[in-house]
Design a protein around this ligand. Structure first.
Ligand code: NIG
Ligand code: FE
Length: 442
């Protein structure tokens, strides 16, 4: 790959700073280089600085002239349910008529209906749908996606989903290898299309405990998750994290604790869907377990917030699902920030509660409904999200040595990103130093 020089950004939003998740006022420090630029080699950032300095070192690099636009790191989406079959249009219509998420679930819709379609789908069909959705994420500027299983609920079906996630990463690497060999043999310029899709990196999470299958009691199912599913997922190294849906009608505190303890023993890091619909003490449990993240937290109180702080757990807030369910009960982001938590924002992309792949939409919701500033929202969806996926040393900011995942927006001021809404936002998206084609490749 030939080197790349990005010049003339109105603001190069680097997010440079301490090598750890940002808290308090650090969330507002974006490390902006006005009239900035950067040099990229072999898909990695070599240096960042004022554009005129970078220009002096351009050498044989191909130049990308940002022409006074904002340049920032690719979004890191730390909570998605990427792999499922079908959709939930019927649930959507029923909610529009006034039924709640819980009522629809009891009446045969909800997670269970997606489990039925996902169980029936082949790995090939699931992969095709997941690729289509992964490309939506790329178009919206997300270059790394955490993705959970959870719509299988049998050992084989959960493993099928995790295999699809592995396949997505293999496809991305395979594409890179084809491209590199074509460039080496002079058959491809760096911006030429390969005829196969670019993909974001996927970080896999096992969420076998997403719902209790109809055919089993909760405790019977928990036994299967612990005795069969987790060991298989760990043996095949199919997941980096384990998650549970700790909620009334799903898994209680004791069942969640059993699953998370077993996962920890197998070397997985922990995340959890907690305090989403009711405050069941889920945040306290995640603190007790030493989890990496506690996600949702719409109903979490001061006690839960204090416990997360003490145990150094990162909150992952997902306002898309609050909006999608029309509930209006957004999590207490300001209190969490004031308590010193290293807050993360994510889409919670899923067919039921949050059918959006768009981080800019989430930034808009965070600013309008959770009273976060645009700068706080950007930090929460880039560098803090990267740390929550154990990737803070390689992605999430534009600093020398990091992967060249970056976005160009047709804006002069980074705050525009959270201000305009309801329209396509990215001007261009770069993954590992390569531009995602605007059409054809997507
Ligand atoms: O994060 N809360 C549990 N899981 C998803 C919803 C999944 C679904 O409805 O299919 C969530 O909101
Ligand atoms: Fe979720």
């Amino acid at each position: 790959m030939s080197p790349l020089a990005v010049l003339n950004a109105s603001q190069l939003v680097t997010l440079s700073g301490p090598k750890r998740p940002r808290v308090g006022t650090e969330l507002s420090a974006l490390g902006i280089i006005p009239h900035g630029g950067m040099l990229i080699r072999e898909g990695k950032i070599e240096r960042v600085g004022p554009s005129d300095e970078i220009e002096k070192n351009v050498g044989d690099a191909e130049v990308v002239d940002a022409r006074g636009r904002v340049v920032m790191p690719g979004f890191v989406d730390a909570h998605t349910h990427l792999v499922f079959a079908g959709n939930r249009l019927d649930d959507f219509e029923r909610r529009a008529r006034g039924e709640t998420y819980e009522q629809i679930s009891k009446a045969g819709g909800g997670i269970w209906s997606t489990v039925e379609t996902t169980r029936a789908a082949s790995e090939t069909d699931l992969l095709a749908q997941a690729k289509k959705h992964a490309n939506w994420f790329l178009r919206c500027g997300t270059t790394t996606i955490e993705a959970k299983s959870g719509y299988g609920l049998t050992a084989d079906a959960e493993l099928k989903i995790l295999h699809v996630l592995r396949q997505l990463n293999i496809s991305a690497q395979g594409r890179d290898a084809i491209r590199d060999s074509r460039i080496a043999s002079g058959r491809l310029g760096r911006q030429d299309e390969l005829g196969c899709k670019m993909l974001p990196e996927i970080v896999p999470t096992f969420l076998g405990a997403h719902a209790v299958p109809r055919e089993l009691s909760p405790d019977e199912y928990v036994d299967i998750v612990i005795a069969e599913m987790l060991p298989r997922a760990a043996a095949e190294k199919l997941a980096e994290f384990c998650d549970v849906f700790c909620e009334r009608g799903y898994f209680n505190i004791d069942q969640s604790r059993r699953i998370l303890s077993a996962a920890k023993k197998l070397g997985l890091s922990l995340r959890g869907h907690v305090d989403q619909l009711t405050n069941s003490g889920g945040a306290m449990l995640m603190a007790e377990m030493g989890a990496t993240t506690a996600d949702h937290l719409e109903q979490t109180n001061e006690q839960g917030i204090a416990a997360l702080k003490k145990a150094n757990v990162q909150p992952v807030l997902v306002p898309g699902s609050v909006y999608g369910l029309g509930s209006g009960r957004y999590p207490r982001a300001r209190e969490m920030i004031e308590a010193g938590l290293a807050i993360v924002l994510a889409t919670d992309f899923n067919p039921g509660s949050s059918p959006t792949p768009s981080m800019p939409m989430i930034l808009s919701l965070a600013c309008t409904h959770m009273k976060m500033s645009p700068a706080e929202a950007i930090t929460a969806s880039t560098v803090n999200a990267a740390y929550s996926l154990n990737r803070g040393d390689s992605i999430g900011s534009l600093e020398s040595g990091k992967v060249a995942n970056f976005l160009i927006f047709d804006y002069e001021d980074y705050r525009e990103l959270a201000y305009w809404f309801g329209m396509p936002q990215t001007h261009s998206v770069y993954v590992r130093g390569e531009c995602v084609p605007r059409s054809g490749g997507l």
